[in-house]
Design a protein. Structure first.
Length: 536
């Protein structure tokens, strides 16, 4: 769909529905969610935080969402003028009535910087994105959102190499060459309707996230947008989510750029319990299934449309070859200032082989442990996080590349795929509209070499594993990646996340026979509301 067609659909949608202001989905954005973290993670809060994006009506009793966008500005002629208001605290276009609301903003990113490498001469990189972001609601039950952005980019070396190899920018769209650079587009949109206060139905093309960490081993927002239908029930101390989604595998080595994508489907159930005032425990099951005909005739399997059923018995009853995944998510509120969290993903598990400790290839599991602090030592607006992620080889792989746990050739969970462990530490401090963010990542992984599948690339079939036993994290061509990043931002307009940002990033990768190091630094002017993960 070109941009003219997309705008026409948006205009017709606005003209044909009634919009309102009480209920809407917040953007799936770490910067926006961070402003909510302290309040929604207090001891006694009854908000289920694992499934994102958040629905505004579920937060209103705990957080004043309107107050999040209220930052003082000087009392001057400019800041009180139409231009000053639009620039610092209002949408470009907004309508607010008792039962109707609508907004429209530009969606832009202009990034420029230098990539200094130790293997070649320095080079420049840039991201040039332009588009729009719109949304609104009708009454207190119906809302919609829509966005589009067209981008041209010349990325740092390691990101450029990955994008060209997979034909997809991480988190972005399928690339086309544009004067030697990368050209890609991202479109998203959704509609939402709530039935009373217990049920919500959302359909759209976008991303979802399950977990309380920076990463998720169950479902993250790293990969590109996908069509989905989501049903959510929130009642008593239980939150239950059913997610039906459609994903695609791109034949990266196909000669024809317009090759028909291979389509697959996913059904996901996530049940979250609130235990007392401090503990949330979630259980997830997900199934990936597709067709091997390479065409668009593949249809969903009706067996997986039941929203209240366990997938394993269904698989057994129909002799299914599909890819099943199970997981746990846990959060413990130690106090208003400290929260522990963790995850466990089970792709396949045989307890006898686990106890044997012999590195059986099909022991495909992973886990996450993390700690978040909110204003430690009573330092206002200081937030910290430490996190550890561990995923065994061959996790998320399946019999065929089509049924691997992926979307648009990128992982649906952790960006590193499998066969790795990671340690990360984050610090975020804000003062008025100034924000300082520091990040450190260390990733130890094993990648494939000489065409041998050592369990890192989730697009490969697990049937090609070379060894039955002795499989350990880091096997294959080992790689040690260290990333340090510093960002200093000024939030110009909090209502659309318009900010100017200075950044510096060091990335060092060591392998047995070679090493790479790059230092990137630059400046960004952006309003983008979606997350992008380049730290892997």
């Amino acid at each position: 769909m070109n941009i003219k067609s997309y705008l026409l659909v948006l205009i017709l949608s606005i003209a044909s529905v009634d919009l309102a202001a009480q209920e809407y989905y917040l953007p799936l954005n770490n910067e926006i969610n961070l402003s909510l973290e302290r309040e929604i993670n207090r001891v006694g809060s009854n908000i289920h935080t694992a499934v994102k994006p958040y629905l505004s009506s579920r937060l209103q009793e705990t957080v004043s969402l309107d107050s999040l966008n209220q930052h003082k500005v000087p009392d001057s002629k400019f800041f009180n003028s139409w231009l000053g208001r639009k620039f610092t605290r209002e949408h470009l276009l907004q309508v607010k009535e008792d039962d109707f609301s609508f907004f429209l903003d530009f969606n832009v990113e202009f990034t420029g910087g230098i990539d200094s490498k130790d293997t070649s001469s320095d080079s420049n990189f840039f991201i040039n994105s332009r588009g729009f972001n719109a949304g609104g609601s009708i009454g207190d039950r119906f809302s919609f959102s829509s966005s589009f952005v067209e981008s041209q980019a010349s990325l740092p070396t390691y990101l450029d190499s990955l994008s060209r190899a997979t034909r997809v920018v991480p988190g972005g769209g399928r690339i086309k060459k544009f004067q030697g650079n990368l050209d890609y587009a991202i479109a998203s949109g959704s509609i939402s309707y709530s039935l009373k206060k217990y049920f919500n139905f959302q359909a759209g093309t976008d991303k979802n996230f399950i977990g309380d960490g920076y990463r998720s081993l169950l479902l993250s927002d790293h990969a590109f947008n996908y069509p989905y239908l989501k049903i959510n029930m929130d009642i008593w101390k239980i939150n239950y989510t059913v997610l039906y989604s459609v994903h695609q595998l791109i034949e990266a080595n196909a000669v024809n750029d317009e090759v028909i994508f291979r389509r697959k489907y996913a059904s996901t159930h996530y049940l979250d319990f609130q235990i007392g005032k401090r503990v949330n425990l979630g259980i997830m099951e997900s199934i990936i299934y597709g067709c091997n005909d390479g065409g668009r005739a593949c249809t969903p399997d009706i067996h997986y449309f039941n929203p209240v059923i366990f997938f394993r018995p269904v698989e057994f009853s129909v002799g299914s070859p599909d890819n099943a995944l199970m997981g746990l998510n846990l959060k413990v509120k130690v106090s208003d200032q400290f929260s522990f969290y963790g995850q466990m993903v089970l792709d396949e598990l045989k307890l006898s082989e686990v106890r044997a400790g012999n590195g059986w290839w099909a022991n495909k599991q992973g886990f996450q442990l993390g700690l978040k602090t909110f204003e430690p030592a009573n330092i206002k607006n200081l937030y910290t996080r430490v996190e550890f992620n561990y995923v065994r080889p061959y996790t998320y792989q399946h019999r065929d590349s089509l049924t691997g746990y992926s979307q648009y050739n990128h992982p649906l969970a952790h960006p590193s795929g499998a066969n790795f462990y990671e340690m990360l530490a984050h610090l975020n401090y804000s003062y008025k509209r100034f924000i300082l963010e520091l990040k450190m990542n260390y990733i130890y992984s094993g990648t494939d070499t000489a065409g041998v599948n050592y369990g890192q690339n989730i697009l490969l079939p697990y049937t090609t594993h070379p060894n039955e036993f002795g499989n350990e994290v880091g096997q294959g061509y080992s790689s040690k990646i260290t990333i340090a990043e510093c960002r200093f931002s000024y939030l110009i307009n909090p209502i659309n996340n318009f900010r100017i940002e200075l950044f510096a990033n060091m990335r060092r990768q060591k392998r047995p026979t070679e090493s790479f190091e790059s230092l990137t630094a630059g400046i960004t002017l952006r309003t983008l509301l979606s997350n992008r993960y380049f730290d892997f």
